[in-house]
Design a protein around this ligand. Structure first.
Ligand SMILES: N[C@@H](CCC(=O)N[C@@H](CS)C(=O)NCC(=O)O)C(=O)O
Length: 223
């Protein structure tokens, strides 16, 4: 059976949502972030890079959420997630935009906020001010541009899903973690179409099952 190795509060939510939508049987093994938010050491027993999500499926061990999503769709979706013809390129584009553009700009914001808090305490006020200026100069522009681009793309969609089909496709699964993070931590950065997209994702019964399951079992493992 397919096993999802799930780190709390991480990109592996994408995988769980997809599996629930496709009703693929799977088991989940929970891992908890360390106090410094890094993955626990067991991650390296699974994969040399020690990053989540990771799945194991028979002889296959696979990391990198985009690769995992594509693997699951190829193996288990039986054509159910095929985007409409006119949305094919958009689906590919936002599938890659997610890890190639959106997540790096969010990670930059996270790192710029982290540096001052990790410094010796007497330097923190100064570094906080400095990194706030640097964030405005270096991070805010690309992040805001990415989110505006997302808003415009969703505005053009006839259904509100990225590829314009009746149901979410690969791009929606990939975009879910990043946009959910912005909706939670920086909601003012999202336009109305993007906020509606996040609400639509949260409203999916499959997504609700994942949320309830994760919240109910933050430390336990079914394995
Ligand atoms: N591009 C990779 C990113 C993997 C990644 O950075 N995962 C984070 C969780 S969202 C992680 O494992 N962080 C813990 C660490 O780096 O120690 C993917 O999409 O899977």
């Amino acid at each position: 059976m397919l096993i999802v190795h799930h780190l709390n509060n991480s990109r592996s939510q994408r995988i769980l949502w997809l599996l629930e939508e496709l009703e693929v049987p799977y088991q989940i093994k929970f891992y908890q972030r360390r106090p410094d938010r890094r993955a626990p050491k067991e991650a390296f027993d699974l994969h040399p890079l020690g990053k989540f999500p990771i799945i194991t499926d028979g002889d296959v061990t696979l990391a990198e959420s985009g690769a995992i999503i594509q693997y699951i769709i190829n193996k288990y979706a039986n054509g159910r997630l095929t985007p409409p013809k006119q949305g094919e390129l958009i689906d590919i584009y936002f599938t890659h935009f997610s890890e190639g553009s959106l997540m790096p700009s969010l990670t930059n914001r996270y790192i710029f906020s982290l540096v001052p808090s990790q410094a010796p305490f007497f330097l923190r006020p100064l570094l906080k001010q400095l990194f706030s200026v640097l964030d405005t100069k270096i991070v805010a522009g690309p992040l805001n541009a990415n989110l505006k681009y997302v808003e415009d793309a969703l505005d053009r969609s006839p259904t509100g899903w990225f590829a314009g089909g009746p149901n979410p496709t690969m791009a929606d699964y990939m975009m879910s973690f990043g946009l959910d993070t912005v909706a939670t931590l920086m909601p003012d950065l999202l336009g109305p179409k993007t906020k509606a997209w996040v609400a639509r994702v949260h409203d999916r019964p499959a997504f609700k099952r994942v949320s309830a399951y994760i919240e109910g079992n933050p430390r336990s493992s079914k394995l």
